[in-house]
Design a protein around this ligand. Structure first.
Ligand code: PLP
Length: 394
């Protein structure tokens, strides 16, 4: 066996029995190159991470410049580090005034954990509510709010006092009560197979949280940074959360998460107890420099608008009797085939023809399209031609 492959299989913990195991040597824009000389058009973007494409020159430059100044110097919160401050200033300048204070962490799931802690602290309550079919991460708190039993049953007991309500169910809003610390919601469910809720439901959720004093935590880990055709998905509905959770594309390709709330609420993390959330690496200067550069690219290259028009292009071109539906907003799309075996076959056939697609955790009958937002029209057309052929019967 090839020694690298052997090392990968035997010395790296495996997460599935059949990883794709592409042996990557470089990635640029929307393309990933492998050691065997092949190139793949990337419709996954590192799972909604590489929104500005792989190795965008501005992001690489920012990382290089910061690497020449300093790397890690101290755990989060003690020193003034310019990349953290500049990035937080730029981020909050794009958000409503109630979301003024940023806490940078290392991943989406850590940001969810910290947001849950903040909600319990701020309300003095314990009950936490998530939505059916949700995904919020793989650590204990996030998993408790996630509604995917296959991922949970080996890890019980999880957090007590957690419940799930129907996503997009107006009727279930009544289950949010004055014992509820927070309701955690994805504005568009990602791993459930890209499910877009009604604006009325999101508005009703905001109203019910206001009535009961529960905090509204919006998980934009997957939907943020132009992915859905707006900078943040909450801009589609205008419904502003109490705590906004970010990750994935936030770090421009480096690992990063964040939770954002009001100055008053975030101030609670600094006393009783002191250091209410602690992270050694959160707000790493390299990740902040990369994230700021990526945000500048997002704006300079109008990537949210591109996501909108190119998403429409995918929907228009992906016409095939085997496709039941192409769901989603912007470049967060699910191609519904209605059958898990056909999805497996289509994804593998695409791969054979140089197009990288991927599955969903909780929707075996569809596959995802979430390319870098920098994808060109001709690359979209190429991808669609390959997908259509991959869906054709033998
Ligand atoms: N929330 C959502 C909506 C996600 O899609 C994910 C990851 O896929 C997470 C949270 C967890 O993020 P991470 O994998 O960075 O912990």
């Amino acid at each position: 066996m090839d020694p690298l492959r052997e090392g990968f299989l035997y010395h790296l913990a495996q997460t599935s029995g059949n990883p794709l195991a592409l042996d990557v040597v470089s990635a640029e824009g929307c393309w990933i190159s492998t050691r065997d000389g092949r190139r793949y058009l990337d419709l996954v973007a590192g799972l909604a991470v590489c929104n500005v494409g792989h190795r965008h020159p501005r992001v690489v430059k920012a990382i290089r410049e910061q690497a020449d100044r300093y790397l890690h110097v101290i755990p989060y919160g003690e020193f003034i580090q310019e990349p953290q401050v500049r990035f937080a200033e730029r981020l909050t300048s794009l958000l409503p005034a109630s979301l003024a204070s940023v806490y940078f962490v290392n991943s989406g799931t850590e940001a969810i954990e910290a947001a849950l802690k903040l909600a319990k602290r701020a309300t003095g309550r314990t009950r936490l509510i998530g939505c059916r079919k949700s995904y919020h991460g793989s650590t204990h708190g996030s998993l408790s709010l996630t509604d995917n039993e296959a991922k949970k049953y080996r890890n019980r007991p999880l957090l007590p006092d957690t419940d799930h309500i129907g996503f997009d169910s107006v009727q279930d809003l009544g289950l949010i009560d004055d014992r509820t610390a927070a309701v955690v919601v994805e504005p568009i469910q990602g791993d459930a197979g890209v499910r877009v809720p009604s604006v009325t439901w999101l508005q009703g959720l905001r109203q019910r949280c206001d009535e009961t004093g529960a905090l509204f935590i919006l998980d934009e880990v997957q939907t943020g940074f132009g992915r859905t055709g707006k900078r943040f998905a909450f801009e589609h509905s205008g419904v502003v959360p109490d705590i906004l959770v970010l990750g994935k594309a936030l770090g421009g390709g480096l690992p990063m998460g964040a939770f954002i709330s009001s100055l008053e609420r975030m101030a609670m993390l600094s006393h009783e107890p002191l250091l209410g959330h602690i992270t050694t690496f959160g707000g790493h200067p390299l990740a902040c420099a990369a994230g700021l550069a990526a945000l500048e690219v997002l704006q300079a290259e109008n990537l949210s608008e591109r996501a909108r028009s190119l998403g429409d292009r995918f929907k228009m071109k992906l016409n095939h009797p085997g496709i039941r539906e192409v769901r989603g907003l912007g470049l967060m799309l699910a191609v519904e085939l209605g059958d898990a075996d056909r999805v497996q076959r289509a994804v593998h056939r695409c791969l054979d023809r140089g197009v990288l697609g991927f599955w969903f955790l909780s929707c075996p009958t569809a596959f995802r399209i979430a390319p870098p937002l920098t994808i060109s029209e001709s690359e979209v057309d190429l991808a669609c031609n390959v997908i259509l052929k991959a869906i054709d019967p033998d």
